[in-house]
Design a protein around this ligand. Structure first.
Ligand SMILES: [Zn+2]
Length: 303
């Protein structure tokens, strides 16, 4: 398949450093529309779409993935101005929180390295959640990551700020509630906290399960979101075609083995076998599928 990688339009990168520089530049430009103010409608779908892109991405070469991750965090934190990330992984102290926009604009290299660092853990977690029976080996590691991440939030009410008396957002208490009752200050231990909390919402208790799947083709392993129409099991048409070719070659190997086993039999046993209708049917099937086997099978019949 020469056109396997249609999406790989990025020119080849010389070094990982070049990729990092490009990611940093992209983050600082941030040519993104932040649409979370359109309400929560469609938000989950957008987050899953970005998450799938980030998880499937070849980092650090695919710099769009960093922007997708940033978009996820913006969506999930609603750009809360009081929210800070503590980022102990980057050597920050207890009171040394950083806001998301500061992280992406002034500390993009940290953001880039965190994105690379958490991608494998998130991939393992999601793979286990999609296929827990096939991957029992990922269970404990995945659950620990989810547990730690979902617990990585702490917040406290800010008593000094009283939005009820704020003249800028007046409200009539006989008709409506205030926009907010109080202000709280939130700290996230790492950038994966909002993502773990988001995933947790899908799998806690009576789970609704994740709306994404893993491509059926062995060796692909990409995540994708099935469309509403049709039950897709492959991430792309390319994978579907390749997998069917694999199935075909599996059939061919089985045919070869079948004929080989017959050839190894003694003349008497071979004769008895060839008289069985199911053996004859199988040989006819092989001949019609692979005309080049006709001669070998003819020899078997003649022996
Ligand atoms: Zn695939």
């Amino acid at each position: 398949m020469t056109n396997m990688r249609k999406k790989d339009k990025l020119p080849k990168l010389q070094t990982a450093e070049e990729a990092l520089r490009r990611a940093e530049a992209a983050l600082q430009d941030r040519p993104l529309e932040f649409r979370m103010w359109g309400g929560s409608k469609g938000q989950d779908q957008r987050v899953w779409n970005h998450l799938i892109y980030y998880l499937n991405a070849d980092l650090p070469a695919d710099t769009a993935a960093y922007l997708r991750l940033l978009q996820i965090l913006n969506e999930l934190t609603c750009m809360d101005p009081t929210l800070v990330f503590m980022l102990k992984e980057c050597g920050r102290g207890d009171d040394d929180g950083i806001r998301l926009w500061e992280l992406s604009e002034h500390q993009a290299s940290n953001f880039v390295s965190l994105a690379g660092r958490y991608q494998p853990d998130l991939k393992n977690l999601i793979l286990w959640l999609c296929k827990p029976k096939s991957h029992p080996e990922l269970r404990e590691r995945g659950l620990r990551f989810l547990d730690k991440g979902a617990h990585g939030e702490s917040w406290k009410v800010d008593y000094d700020v009283d939005p009820i008396t704020d003249d800028e957002s007046p409200f009539d208490e006989d008709k409506e509630p205030p926009e907010v009752y109080f202000v709280k200050q939130t700290k996230y231990a790492s950038i994966v906290v909002p993502i773990c909390k988001f995933i947790f919402g899908y799998v806690d208790g009576l789970a609704k399960g994740l709306p994404i799947r893993v491509c059926k083709r062995l060796g692909c392993g990409k995540f994708f979101m099935p469309q509403r129409t049709g039950r897709k099991i492959y991430c792309s048409d390319d994978c579907r075609v390749l997998d069917h070719q694999n199935d075909k070659s599996k059939d061919e190997k089985a045919d070869d083995a079948y004929v080989r086993r017959l050839k190894q039999l003694t003349a008497g046993r071979l004769r008895r076998k060839l008289n069985l209708p199911k053996v004859e049917n199988r040989l006819k099937e092989i001949e019609s599928r692979r005309p080049q086997m006709k001669e070998t099978i003819g020899d078997l019949r003649a022996s």
